[in-house]
Ligand binder design. Structure first.
Ligand SMILES: C[S@@+](CC[C@H](N)C(=O)[O-])C[C@H]1O[C@@H](n2cnc3c(N)ncnc32)[C@H](O)[C@@H]1O
Length: 341
């Protein structure tokens, strides 16, 4: 067969992939703006037409029609006979006040953050944006982040608790939550097992946020607070049933992660479990896409952070003395690696 001419090739190969990637930034911005304007919340409250939403927002029909149709095109709204409706996903994750509301995460910590402007520099220089190395900047970032990711981590914690049998086969657990953030994982465990006790570790400013969440879920009497750096704070050896590392290792990189896993091993009782929640890449490091997009955050904001594979984590757990390992799927896109001492 004669080889394809340059002209034929250019017709057969379409630029769909490239253009779709290019418009990814537009999607992210449109979704953030919709959340900021409370579009999904207004529709949930019955403002389902262009006229009604224009009135609520004090805007004009053209702007609102163009904007709502973009959300339909993106698949986060549906439209029938001129009325706009929520989809299953927008109803669950984008309506203000819903328990799994992602709005704070999308507006406070989305991809359109300032740091992404510096990506070329970070790739060429091979290191993080310098201002993010400052402790003050990092704490400000984490204060926003931990509130934003609470709903998804909490939902994952509830699923994980059920899969592990917390409150059923695992009762009166002593739990250590390292880098607890707003404490989503340990609050879920404490609610499932009311006889459990949690020791929560993070920087003092972040523990204040955790304390507010713990009160909101009425589990404060089960919590003890240990402010400080999780690499340095002293822990009781051989006493814990569960140690949680929720979205911690990617920010640390390989060596510090191994040290933390070793510390966790020392704290656990025989038979105790280390729970590592991460966005995990396949063992060939060829997919899925999301962990790799997330790894760019690590390039921009950390000096050694990365995403890892199940194989990496299993090997590290084995090296640190864990006898058994398994992987549990929780809420998309998170996997929890379980290491049993
Ligand atoms: C990505 S957030 C995860 C929060 C929570 N575990 C979750 O899954 O939602 C990382 C948390 O680790 C905390 N952290 C980072 N480095 C730390 C360190 N060296 N010592 C104590 N906490 C740390 C941050 O303050 C932040 O709360």
């Amino acid at each position: 067969m004669a080889s394809m001419s340059g002209k034929e090739k250019s017709v057969e190969i379409q630029p769909e992939l490239i253009l779709n990637i290019h418009y990814g930034a537009a999607r992210s911005k449109i979704l953030q703006t919709a959340v900021e304007l409370g579009i999904f919340t207004h529709i949930n409250e019955g403002q389902t037409s262009v006229e009604k939403i224009s009135r609520v927002l004090g805007s004009n029909h053209r702007a609102i029609r163009i904007f709502l149709d973009a959300l339909v095109g993106m698949g986060v709204l549906a439209k029938a006979r001129g009325a706009y409706k929520l989809t299953a996903e927008s109803k669950q994750f984008l309506v203000r006040g819903e328990s799994q509301y992602l709005g704070q995460f999308l507006t406070g910590t989305g991809i359109a953050q300032d740091g992404w402007q510096h990506l070329t520099h970070a790739v060429k220089k091979g290191r993080q944006i310098s201002e993010f190395a400052e402790v003050g900047h990092r704490t400000t970032f984490f204060k926003e982040l931990v509130k934003g990711i609470f709903p998804t981590s909490f939902a994952s914690g509830v699923i994980l608790g059920k899969k592990l049998g917390v409150g059923k086969t695992l009762k009166a657990q002593k739990i250590l939550d390292l880098g607890c953030g707003a404490a989503p994982w340990s609050i879920a465990m404490a609610m499932a097992d009311q006889a459990s006790k949690v020791v929560a570790v993070d920087f003092p400013e972040i523990l204040e946020i955790a304390q507010a969440h713990v009160k909101r879920f009425h589990v404060n009497r089960q919590f003890e607070w240990r402010p400080g750096d999780f690499h340095e704070v002293k822990f009781e050896k051989g006493t814990y049933d569960l140690v949680i590392l929720g979205h911690i290792l990617h920010g640390e990189g390989e060596l510090p992660s191994k040290k933390l896993i070793k510390r966790a091993h020392e704290c656990l009782k025989p038979g105790g479990k280390l729970l590592i929640a991460e966005f995990i890449a396949n063992d060939l490091k060829s997919g899925p896409e999301l962990p790799f997009l997330f790894a760019i955050n690590m390039l921009l904001y950390t000096d050694g952070g990365d995403v890892f594979t199940t194989k990496d984590l299993k090997r590290w757990l084995g090296l640190c003395g864990f006898k058994k390992t398994s992987a549990l799927a929780v809420q998309y896109p998170v996997t929890v690696m379980v290491g049993t001492k």
